[in-house]
Write a protein of this length. Structure first.
Length: 319
């Protein structure tokens, strides 16, 4: 696997000229979207004004919802070809440069049963979408990852349906040849950081949706993360001093919360971005596009966590 410095060189030497060409297409597309959007808004506005005296508020609200829905469809149609070209010419070569054993499929994503197996989310996942699926080997480590958006469905007393986001971001799965005997979950520590050590620790211990709370002997780690497990001993084997330091480094270098679980033969990592990572910006210059390198740095840190577990002989040699 190339290091971040090598990938940065590749990005600017090999991909930047292509970005400059795509930047011209982006400007033309931006003009076309603004033009089509203005005409569309004008037509819908005229229709609404002509009907406002004969329709009620609920009908007007329905028109507004329809305007947003159709507008979103028109936008996706206009940017479809440009997005495909961007991913084919920029994202696919970047993933291949990360490691030649990786394969990239823009239209696929991590399946729903993998998210459910991870035990990272206590809510029911009712709908999942995503893209930019990558799978293969990095330094003999089996790995797959993609953008994922998982949602939960809600119904009110009138039967109206709404959706809320459970997770949106980068989801990474890696498999080992050995099996974890228990289930261990590491989450961002929101309770302790919000309410302090005493109250926050009490709230953590009373989380009935999680397994038994595991207290670690690293004060800095305790401030950033909370650990739950069905096996206290294994959890401490997993969270070696080196691994806790790697997770703290990850937390320091990334502004995005990370959730990790060890279930069966797999480690799952969910890194929140709350957006689709590789959808190219239409209203911002591509030449300022730095999310790709942020993505690469995130993967390097995540793979470092997996490598530490692979090399943790104390973990795999325990009885």
């Amino acid at each position: 696997m190339k290091n971040v410095s090598e990938l940065t060189d590749f990005y600017y030497k090999n991909l930047y000229p292509t970005l400059q060409e795509l930047e011209k297409d982006r400007k033309q597309l931006r003009y076309r979207i603004i033009l089509v959007g203005s005409v569309y808004t004008f037509i819908v506005g005229l229709i609404a004004l002509s009907l406002i005296s004969v329709i009620n508020f609920e009908t007007l609200a329905f028109i507004g919802i329809g305007y947003i829905g159709i507008g979103g469809f028109i936008y996706k149609f206009l940017v479809k070809d440009y997005t495909k070209e961007f991913k084919d010419k920029i994202i696919k070569p970047l993933i291949h440069a990360l490691d030649e054993k990786l394969t990239y499929t823009a239209s696929l994503h991590i399946p729903q049963h993998t998210l459910e197996r991870s035990q990272l989310f206590t809510q029911d996942i009712d709908r999942i979408s995503g893209n930019d699926f990558v799978r293969g080997e990095i330094d003999s480590i089996n790995i797959q990852f993609s953008d994922v958006h998982a949602e939960e469905r809600h119904k009110d007393s009138k039967g109206n349906t709404s959706w809320s986001t459970i997770f949106q971001g980068l989801f990474i799965v890696s498999e080992f040849n050995k099996t974890f005997h228990g289930r261990t979950v590491i989450l961002p520590d929101t309770a302790q950081s919000t309410f302090g050590d005493l109250v926050g620790g009490w709230l953590q211990s009373k989380n009935i949706s999680r397994d038994e709370l595991v207290k670690m002997d690293n004060p800095d780690f305790e401030k950033k993360f909370v650990v739950y497990s069905t096996d206290q001993i294994e959890a401490r084997y997993i969270l070696s001093h080196t691994l806790m330091e790697k997770l703290l480094l990850f937390s320091k270098k990334s502004e995005h919360p990370i959730h990790i679980s060890f279930v069966g033969k797999s480690i799952h990592m969910a890194i929140e971005y709350n957006k689709d990572l590789f959808e190219p910006s239409i209203f911002r210059s591509l030449l300022e596009y730095k999310i790709a390198m942020e993505y690469v740095k995130t993967l390097h840190l995540a793979i470092g966590i997996v490598e530490e577990l692979k090399l943790n002989q104390k973990l795999w040699s325990k009885k």
